[in-house]
Design a protein around this ligand. Structure first.
Ligand code: FE2
Length: 234
C-alpha cells in the first residue's frame, strides 16, 4: 500500500512507523529480526486491548487443543486501537524494506495468547509470502527449562536448521524472547512453539503478508535478497 503513514499517534505521542537507524539482524538468509526499542510507549494499551477482545471472544471457553498456539484474537486492523495500527504498519514496513517492495497486503493478522502448557505444533502458512511474529509480552521464564515457550524453526530450506549437513534438520534456532522483537520469514517455512510454562500470559502478534491478495511464493525464489536489503545488518 502506498498510503502508509509515517507515524501513528498513540496516546499523546506521534510514534514513527520506522526509524531510519532501525537495525535488522540477519539470523539466516530467510529469517530476519528487528527490535523496536520504543515498545514501552505502546505495549500497555495494546496488551489491555488484547485482553479486552479476548474476553469478548473467548469468555470462559478455551481452545479445543493445547497444540493450537493459545487463544487467537484476529484482525488487528479491526481492533480500534492506535497501538495495534502502529505495530501492523511496522510489520508492513518490515516486509516492504526486506523485499524491496512498494506494496504490502495483510492477508491475515492475529494475536496469540498462550497460557500454561499451550504450544504450537510444526506448521507453515499458505497463501502469503511472508509471516511475521511480534513479541508483545514474553511471559514468565521457566527457571528449569530455558527453551520453554520458544518460537523456533524446523525447515530444510533454512540453513540455520541444517548446521551439520545441508537438507537435514538437525539444529533448531530457538528465538530469544524479547519484548519489542519482530521476526519475518517465508510463510512456507515450518515453525513451531515449545510448551509455555509460565503463569502470566505469553502474548505474540502475527501477520501473513503478501504483495497483493492471494500471492504465493515460488519454492525456488528466496524471499529476501540480503545483498539488496536497504536495512543495516547487526
Ligand atoms: Fe505460524
Amino acid at each position: 500500500m502506498t498510503d502508509s503513514p509515517n507515524s501513528v499517534r498513540v496516546g499523546d505521542k506521534d510514534i514513527p512507523v520506522w526509524y531510519e537507524d532501525q537495525r535488522v539482524e540477519v539470523i539466516d538468509e530467510h529469517l530476519h529480526a528487528a527490535v523496536f526499542k520504543d515498545w514501552a510507549d505502546y505495549h500497555d494499551p495494546l496488551i489491555a486491548r488484547a485482553h479486552e477482545l479476548e474476553e469478548i471472544k473467548w469468555g470462559n471457553s478455551k481452545p479445543d487443543s493445547r497444540t493450537l498456539g493459545g487463544k487467537k484474537v484476529h484482525h488487528l486492523e479491526q481492533w480500534d486501537c492506535p497501538a495495534a495500527d502502529l505495530i501492523s504498519e511496522r510489520a508492513k514496513e518490515f516486509f516492504k524494506r526486506l523485499l524491496n517492495e512498494q506494496t504490502a497486503n495483510i492477508d491475515l493478522s492475529w494475536a496469540n495468547l498462550y497460557y500454561k502448557w499451550d504450544y504450537a505444533v510444526p506448521h507453515s502458512h499458505r497463501l502469503s509470502v511472508a509471516s511475521l511474529v511480534y513479541f508483545l509480552d514474553v511471559g514468565d521464564p521457566d527457571p528449569d527449562d530455558e527453551l520453554a515457550g520458544r518460537l523456533s524453526f524446523a525447515d530444510p530450506r533454512m540453513k540455520i536448521c541444517c548446521s551439520d549437513e545441508q537438507g537435514y534438520v538437525t539444529t533448531r534456532p530457538y528465538i530469544g524472547p524479547e519484548n519489542g522483537k519482530m521476526l519475518i520469514w517465508p510463510s512456507a517455512f515450518v515453525h513451531f512453539v515449545t510448551p509455555y510454562t509460565g503463569d502470566r500470559p505469553r502474548i505474540t502478534l502475527a501477520w501473513n503478508i503478501s504483495r497483493y491478495k492471494g500471492e504465493l511464493l515460488p519454492d525456488d525464489k528466496p524471499m529476501v535478497n540480503v545483498a539488496s536489503t536497504p536495512t543495516s545488518r547487526a
